[in-house]
Ligand binder design. Structure first.
Ligand code: GLN
Length: 470
């Protein structure tokens, strides 16, 4: 049995002192991936990952290794890695290989992390259950009859089932936080623009973010530190200074925390409500101030999110036409037929639904009624947060209205599935950061997640509150 470690700094220490062999550690993860194959967390496993072990172990011993030296990380299969498959869990990209590496992944590699494979997800990151994948559903590692959440279901499962140290997911409306909540792990969606989107397959470009999923807050902060920062290849990436998250994480600060009453109304599972309220009571006891606040436009967040993201998706996914990327239908009579058949065969039904919805809300005659209106509501939702953050430093809500549901339970009812994002889409609409913290279990031993949100570029406060309390 290999020695366990609490976080990455302990792992480095074990390797440095010769108590942990990195090669054995990677082989351990590779064999766990094999034993837990039924979870279906990975689309592709990089067995050659073990080749990097010797060099990195040497660097650690000589104190010249990067910040993530030896951390074994899995990458959601919507992020590009040069000469590796990039499928977005879609048949339309079945045989596609990336010609370059995403900035976020390159930054991990530059700090000596080891990439162990590409994780399963909902097709093009559209979904809340990981059931919309051409590679098949992912099983929740805690209860295999349930979904792991989505769309970064494979990334959350891989961490929860101990198939790697940490993973990268992406979050357009909750896809890091919701699966992290369903699987009982930590997940952080950074501020929009904090992390470069270069090499991330676009879904809703004004919403998409990349962030870490990990087993503890320290590792979350460390990965965020590494992947953050301005990138000339992404004009929407911010040049805001990246704080030294790791050095500042244990500062003893007392926060003013708001609980938005709209997030605790009907539709919230009673065991989750109780767990979050109890957790807030104990946060209060440790000296933070907790008060009720209001985010009055909350009820519009789901419709606004689904109008705007489908609009963006319909435009972004126009590039998969059979000519430029991936699947091309054979036996077609003309060019039009080639487009139609390639797209009809390549995309799954949820992706098609969103392309149609998005095309509709952007079409002449409906644009003003839907798309433009939704843009205005997006501004109102952002203003709700701006007003709230004049009163409080942080906002606490449940991450999800229910615990992980059964596989198949909601797959025939898209609206019910969309409601799983009720507490998470608002952070993407407003561009602010959010984190999922596992805070316990319900009576069926299923994990419950709590979300903390902060103002733009204030991930540090999220991490500090989380670090000192959990
Ligand atoms: N579940 C949401 C959706 O289906 C969020 C997805 C995401 O964040 N990528 O769009």
């Amino acid at each position: 049995m290999l020695p366990g470690y609490k976080n990455h700094s302990e792992k480095i220490e074990l390797i440095r002192s010769g108590k942990l062999s990195l090669k054995e550690n990677i082989s351990f993860f590779l064999s766990r991936i094999e034993t837990e194959k039924k979870l279906n967390a990975f689309n592709f496993v990089f067995r050659d990952a073990v080749n990097a072990a010797e060099l990195i172990e040497q660097k650690i011993k000589e104190s010249r290794a990067g910040k993530l030296a030896g951390m074994v990380i899995a990458i959601k299969d919507v992020l590009a890695i040069k000469d590796r498959p990039l499928t977005c869990s879609s048949n339309i990209l079945k045989n596609f290989e990336s010609v370059y590496t995403a900035t976020s992944v390159q930054k991990l590699i530059d700090e000596d992390a080891i990439i162990i494979g590409k994780t399963n997800c909902d097709e093009f990151a559209m979904g809340s259950s990981n059931e919309n994948s051409a590679f098949g559903a992912v099983l929740n590692p805690i209860d295999n009859s349930r979904v792991p959440g989505g769309s970064s279901g494979g990334s959350a499962t891989a961490v929860a089932a101990n198939l790697c140290d940490a993973s990268l997911g992406t979050d357009t409306g909750g896809s890091i936080r919701q699966p992290a909540a369903f699987c009982g792990v930590y997940g952080l969606k950074p501020t929009y623009g904090r992390v470069s989107r270069y090499g991330l397959t676009a879904y809703g470009s004004s919403f998409d973010t990349i962030g870490p999923i990990a087993k503890n807050i320290y590792d979350l902060a460390l990965i965020l530190q590494v992947i953050s920062g301005n990138d000339l290849n992404d004009s929407t990436s911010s040049s805001q200074i990246v704080p030294d998250f790791i050095n500042e994480i244990n500062a003893d600060r007392k926060f003013k925390i708001g609980l938005p009453k709209e997030y605790f109304s009907e539709g919230l599972d009673s065991e989750i409500r109780k767990k979050i309220t109890d957790t807030c009571d104990s946060i209060k006891k440790s000296g933070h101030m907790v008060t009720e606040i209001s985010l009055p436009h909350t009820e519009y967040s789901i419709p606004t999110y689904y109008i705007l993201t489908t609009a963006e998706a319909s435009s972004n996914l126009a590039r998969y036409d059979g000519a430029h990327f991936g699947h091309r239908s054979k036996n077609v009579a003309n060019l039009d037929q080639m487009y139609v058949k390639s797209r009809s065969e390549g995309f799954g039904s949820e992706v098609k639904r969103r392309i149609m919805l998005g095309t509709y809300v952007l079409s002449s005659g409906y644009y003003d009624a839907y798309y433009r209106k939704a843009q205005k509501v997006r501004r109102l939702l952002k203003q709700d947060f701006d007003n709230a953050f004049k009163e409080v430093d942080l906002i606490i809500t449940p991450t999800t209205p229910t615990v992980a549901f059964k596989i198949g339970e909601k797959s025939t009812d898209p609206l019910e599935m969309y409601l799983m994002d009720i507490y998470t889409t608002s952070a993407n609409l407003a561009g602010i950061p959010g984190i999922n913290i596992p805070v316990g279990y319900n009576s069926e031993e299923l994990p419950i997640g709590m979300q903390i949100m902060a103002k733009e570029f204030d991930e540090l406060s999220l991490l500090q509150l989380a670090f000192s309390n959990f």
